[in-house]
Design a protein around this ligand. Structure first.
Ligand SMILES: C[S@@+](CC[C@H](N)C(=O)[O-])C[C@H]1O[C@@H](n2cnc3c(N)ncnc32)[C@H](O)[C@@H]1O
Length: 495
């Protein structure tokens, strides 16, 4: 092992600009699709810039929204990533290998021509106005708006029109598979939940109409059009809450009602908005189109391959759906330079359960058994000991595949001490050396913080080196001491 670490440490001896630690929201691809637990790319960019050199292999066994993959490829690193969540794989592939801007524009325009008027006819009143928002209250529509430019205008409906809009007949979608959920009070889900509870029949018909058109496409275009649909599904659903009486706080009561959004879990409030499904699709389509346009000049568009092809043909990027615990077994010992990862934080977010609506709409299947998580859904058997065993096994594999002098950075938070212990135990059970940690501070609202009892106020980036000698350890620690909040203790000891 050499004393000279082959890493750039661009920040050695310099103060780190704050933008690395308080990024201002999600833009471009990062802002297109909601993903549970998505972290701002700046957090990873800082580590990629400072810990990797071109052609290094970077691994992320918990891809999530896939932004690390994109960043690594843009920086000429080779990359391997896994995730059990099928929508995570679709998002990663979209960002790594987006469709051509002009082709995507044409495909969206084609869909608009084929479906917009059909969908809008379901929201049309006898005077020709097209409803943009319907306000539901205890299964009754109480108010209806249309859009005039950027403004909303309230419409007066006859009783007959209201009855028609409330239409009793339940629509059974042809293109959306049924939900597979569990009894989980934390996310308001029940085993018996059906897709009809989350959407009105009108919205489900609209989703079916759009899906039928998407089926005409293939490859990266089909993927993009599907992801536009899943990205817009939350706003098409009955989970969009209404924000009323805002003026109250200033002492003035108004009847102004603002449109909220789908936040988290499967809660359908008694008072909620139903938003015109075509408008939801069009909004997300424009967002993706803009992101693809901005990305046109990014360095790389890499086609992700299987692990086998990555290894045999020296391809640039491997992305696979499935359990990291299994895939890691096929990665050769000491072949990875840097591992950057953000595993599920204990019971913070049940990813597959929360993504089930998206996966069912796109027609993707989840393997719940493989997930690393602590879930309140007892039936799943995802308890704390099972989680601890699996995360330990995954990080033992990570330690094995890491090169000597390689780095492992884990972004973590947990409410339970034993989860933190799994990470601190790595020092005694593997060749990893704990170097220190720093808080990962996000801008307001960019990441849903876990404010429940026991959790730390911020997430932490924990840094380990493999078989790092004293000289190199000291060099790394000295460089990282420029990072705000850096400490060589464990997070629980320093918070
Ligand atoms: C905290 S999220 C990653 C978020 C990501 N850093 C981002 O910014 O979007 C953790 C991810 O681990 C995935 N996951 C859970 N169990 C897994 C397993 N056994 N193998 C691979 N991925 C898994 C979840 O589906 C989820 O996407």
């Amino acid at each position: 092992m050499s004393d000279n670490l082959q890493i750039p440490f661009n920040f050695d001896g310099k103060a780190i600009p704050d933008r690395h630690f308080s990024p201002d929201g999600y833009k471009g691809f990062a802002g297109f699709h909601k993903y549970w637990g998505k972290k701002p790319i700046e957090v990873w960019r800082f580590l990629i810039e400072n810990l990797t050199l071109p052609d290094d292999i970077v691994l992320d066994p918990f891809l999530g929204s896939g932004l690390i993959a994109k960043e690594c490829v843009n920086r000429n690193c080779r990359f391997i990533g896994f995730d059990v969540n099928p929508i995570s794989i679709e998002l990663t592939k979209l960002y790594l290998c987006p469709p051509d801007y002009t082709d995507l524009g044409k495909a969206i325009y084609g869909i608009e021509r084929a479906v917009k008027s059909r969908i809008n006819s379901m929201y049309q009143l006898s005077d020709g106005n097209i409803a943009s928002h319907l306000l539901w209250d205890d299964e009754q529509i109480t108010r209806v708006w249309t859009k005039r430019g950027r403004k909303r205008e309230e419409l007066n409906l006859t009783r007959l029109e209201l009855e028609n809009f409330q239409g009793a007949e339940e629509y059974q979608p042809k293109w959306v598979r049924e939900l597979r959920l569990f009894d989980n009070t934390r996310i308001n889900s029940q085993k018996t939940f059906t897709i009809n509870q989350l959407f009105t029949s009108r919205a489900l018909r609209a989703i079916d109409i759009i899906k039928e058109e998407i089926e005409q496409h293939s490859g990266s275009l089909k993927r993009a059009l599907h992801l536009i649909l899943s990205a817009s599904a939350g706003q098409m659903s009955n989970m969009v809450f209404a924000v009323s009486n805002r003026g109250k706080t200033k002492g003035i009561e108004t009847d102004k009602i603002e449109v909220g959004s789908w936040v988290v879990g499967y809660w359908c409030p008694a008072q909620h908005f139903e938003i015109n499904a075509w408008n939801c699709y069009a909004t997300k389509a424009n967002k993706l189109l803009k992101a693809v346009e901005e990305d046109r000049y990014s360095k790389t568009s890499a086609i992700p391959v299987s692990l086998e092809e990555f290894q045999n043909k020296e391809e640039a990027v491997c992305v696979q759906q499935g359990d990291s615990e299994q895939f890691l077994k096929f990665i050769p010992t000491e072949s990875i330079k840097v591992i950057l990862t953000d595993p599920p934080h204990g019971d913070r977010i049940p990813y597959l359960e929360l993504s089930e609506m998206w996966n069912s709409i796109i027609g993707l299947d989840s393997n719940y058994q493989e997930e690393l998580v602590v879930s309140n859904a007892k039936e799943r058997g995802k308890d704390i000991p099972t989680y601890n065993r699996k995360i330990t096994s995954i990080f033992h594999q990570c330690a094995r595949v890491l090169k000597k002098d390689g780095f492992l950075a884990i972004l973590f938070n947990a409410r339970t001490d034993c989860h933190w212990q799994c990470l601190s135990n790595l020092e005694t059970t593997t060749e990893l050396v704990y170097l220190g940690c720093y808080p990962s501070v996000y801008s307001a609202g960019s990441v849903l913080q876990d404010n429940r009892k026991g959790g730390l106020k911020t997430d932490y980036v924990l840094l380990y080196g493999k078989q790092i000698n004293e000289k190199n350890r000291a060099k790394t620690v000295a460089a990282f001491s420029n990072v705000k909040g850096w400490t060589t203790r464990y997070p629980k000891e320093s918070d």
